[in-house]
Design a binder for this molecule. Structure first.
Ligand code: EPU
Length: 417
């Protein structure tokens, strides 16, 4: 497994181009299952999770072609309705095939994902929603077995706003008979991006981006050519890196409207942020101010940025309170950050971070994507050498992360082990 080695202490300067969004690309690639003929997707990030999705789709009998950041998919030959344990265990988002498989093949057999490092992450709301559309759902031998001769529109209330749950239900409902209303739906930009693509295919979805989404079923959908939206979490990670290293970084191809909560918090922490269309310039302050952060569903502060902010607060001036309300175990980076000298105390869903002048480099590892990203950030600002192990997790969600950081002047390299 590769590792990343960083000599900390350099101020980041220059321009960095933000890649396409992983969490938008995953459901959008899967939505190709609803059509017959070639779909073309550009600005697809080259990531391990995207490769897993393409493998998953190929196993279902779908034709796929990949050329750098362009992916083409023709689901005309779709015949298999099963996503195996091996595929789902590598990537939980594989459960997104449930909705479209039910819509196209009237049946789906998908391995039930287990918990992961950040929480139990059940899919009960996905399943309850599909049952409301008339699917029969059984759990057998670790698999979800779903069947429906004809899905029928219905009203579905989510107890909790769920991103992939909302996406799964939208994909199941687009070709259902009649109207489906999703209430307390997730409002994340990735949900809107999927709804836009489905509408381009011929679906009739209104209200994506609000908590009530209305879907009028249609009988057929058609292939599309679309560009994947920019990754707001990758952008946020580079913004924190600029603030943390007292740098001056210009993000290109970013979507500032998707980053309002992050921009607001970074400004409170002292960073100077200028926005010009899709360009965001972040200039770090000499002294980072402590601020409190609470993760919330969009448009609140994203849980996927919590670990990165914790690093920023580790070297801020004063005491900061970070509350994680989305996932029950998303402080796995804390023990590694402590090994780098950070002063962090955790009680329940809250971490109290007392800023210190300097972190110190150390060998570290994490078992989650965003936690791993936070360790890279910590390494960039720490005194001495940091060795981030299990880079596997980073490769799931950050395209060429070490190349992008070295382009900004960081002393960072990947070592093949
Ligand atoms: N939940 C349930 N039951 C369900 C579904 C969700 O109880 O059936 C709970 C979850 O356990 C969690 C909360 O609802 O406590 C919200 O989870 P959500 O379903 O929104 O998360 P997700 O769809 O599994 C997506 C992203 C995550 C991101 C979360 C929250 C994708 C592929 N994944 O996960 O991204 O953290 O939304 O914004 O879109 C990442 O990229 O590193 C990542 C983990």
């Amino acid at each position: 497994m590769d590792k990343i080695i960083i000599e900390g202490g350099r101020s980041l300067k220059g321009e960095v181009k933000i890649s396409g969004a992983k969490n938008a690309a995953l459901p959008i690639l899967v939505s190709s299952l609803l059509t017959q003929g070639w779909n073309t997707y550009t600005n697809v990030p080259n990531l391990r999770d995207i490769q897993s999705t393409i493998l998953l789709l190929s196993n279902l009998g779908v034709k796929t072609e990949v050329d750098k950041n362009t992916v083409r998919i023709d689901a005309g030959g779709l015949f298999n309705h099963e996503a195996s344990y091996d595929l789902v265990r590598k990537m939980r988002a594989s459960v997104l095939v449930l909705g479209p498989l039910l819509a196209r093949l009237k049946k789906a057999r998908v391995s039930l994902p287990g918990g992961c490092a950040i929480g139990a992450r059940p899919i009960n709301l996905h399943l309850r929603g599909l049952a409301r559309l008339g699917a029969s759902i059984e759990l057998k031998h670790g698999y979800v077995e779903a069947k429906a001769d004809r899905l029928k529109g219905n009203e579905i209330y989510f107890n909790m706003a769920t991103v992939t749950g909302t996406e799964n239900l939208m994909m199941a409902a687009v070709m259902a008979e009649g109207t489906t209303i999703l209430k307390n739906a997730a409002r994340e930009p990735e949900v809107v991006a999927l709804a836009d693509v489905l509408n381009l295919m011929g679906a009739r979805i209104k209200g994506a981006g609000t908590s009530t989404i209305v879907i009028k079923g249609v009988s057929e959908l058609y292939p599309v050519s679309v560009k994947i939206i920019s990754d707001r979490i990758e952008a946020g990670t580079f913004m924190v890196a600029a603030a943390l290293t007292k740098g001056d970084v210009m993000l290109l191809n970013a979507v500032p409207e998707h980053l309002e909560a992050v921009i607001h918090k970074l400004r409170l922490a002292g960073a100077m942020i200028d926005i010009d269309g899709q360009r965001i310039r972040v200039v770090g302050a000499e002294k980072i101010s402590s601020i409190d952060v609470k993760t919330l569903p969009y448009p609140g502060f994203p849980t996927d940025m919590q670990a990165q902010f914790m690093v920023l607060m580790s070297v801020a001036n004063g005491l900061s309170m970070i509350s994680e309300t989305i996932f029950e175990n998303r402080f796995i980076h804390v023990s590694e950050l402590r090994r780098m000298g950070a002063n962090i105390k955790v009680t329940g869903d809250t971490a109290l971070v007392t800023g210190i002048p300097m972190l110190s480099g150390a060998p570290v590892m994490a078992t989650d994507l965003r936690a791993s990203a936070s360790l890279i950030l910590a390494g960039l600002v720490a005194r001495g050498t940091t060795e981030v192990n299990r880079v596997y997790h980073l490769d799931r969600g950050y395209e060429a992360i070490e190349k992008k950081f070295s382009g900004l002047g960081a002393a960072i390299k990947r070592v093949k082990v």
